[in-house]
Design a binder for this molecule. Sequence first.
Ligand code: DC
Length: 227
Amino acid sequence: MKNLIIAIDGTAASGKSTTAKILAKKLGILPIDTGAMYRAVTLKALRLGIPIENREAIEELARHTEITQKLVEGTVRTFLDGVDVTEDIRSPEVDKAVSLVSSYAGVRKRLVELQRKMAEQGNVVLEGRDIGTVVLPDAPLKIYMDASLEERARRRLGDLKKKGANPTLEEVMEELRRRDEFDSKREIAPLKRADDAIYIDTTRLTVEEQVSIILKEVEKRFGGDDP
Ligand code: DC
């Protein structure tokens, strides 16, 4: 198969990460979780006690931050200045602060630069909010995933419960709603479906079904042998 580049965007908890991971495994390509990169900068700011409203300080921080991702036993691990922060970036504190941090131009500039570098070699699937619109506007296959707010909250609640947290469904719905609204309304690179992206509503789909829809598109567009 030709050099594969897949861009997946969509709302919070719409199934992007899970889908990207499975796709990557089936296709033998690298999954890149760009949300985790914004989370890593947010975590660093919180740990250093920088107020997240302090735009300049956070933009400066981002310029001096290294973020890498590696596939370890089938899961994408995120490293912040060389230290594995994969679990730490999923805390409620990061959930609350990440949208504001990701709205800062200097933060986006730095991370988009890193993301393009990671995608340079091809054979990657990147997932986030602005992959098809800004990071890789020429990506040959773009997907936009969404699901009803309630279904996304139910899935997120399941994940949180497995980790021992116990918020209510309403709390999770409110958190996702707030984040989607902020991410869609920000000035720079807002969450938006690219005109040429395939729209997948995952509300009533299993993970296998959503992966299979994308695999069919991969076959259509890239065809041929393995990458
Ligand atoms: O996918 P996620 O929930 O881990 O993303 C966390 C936040 O990062 C999300 O609320 C908005 C931001 N983000 C972004 O602005 N651009 C991306 N490409 C990916 C995520």
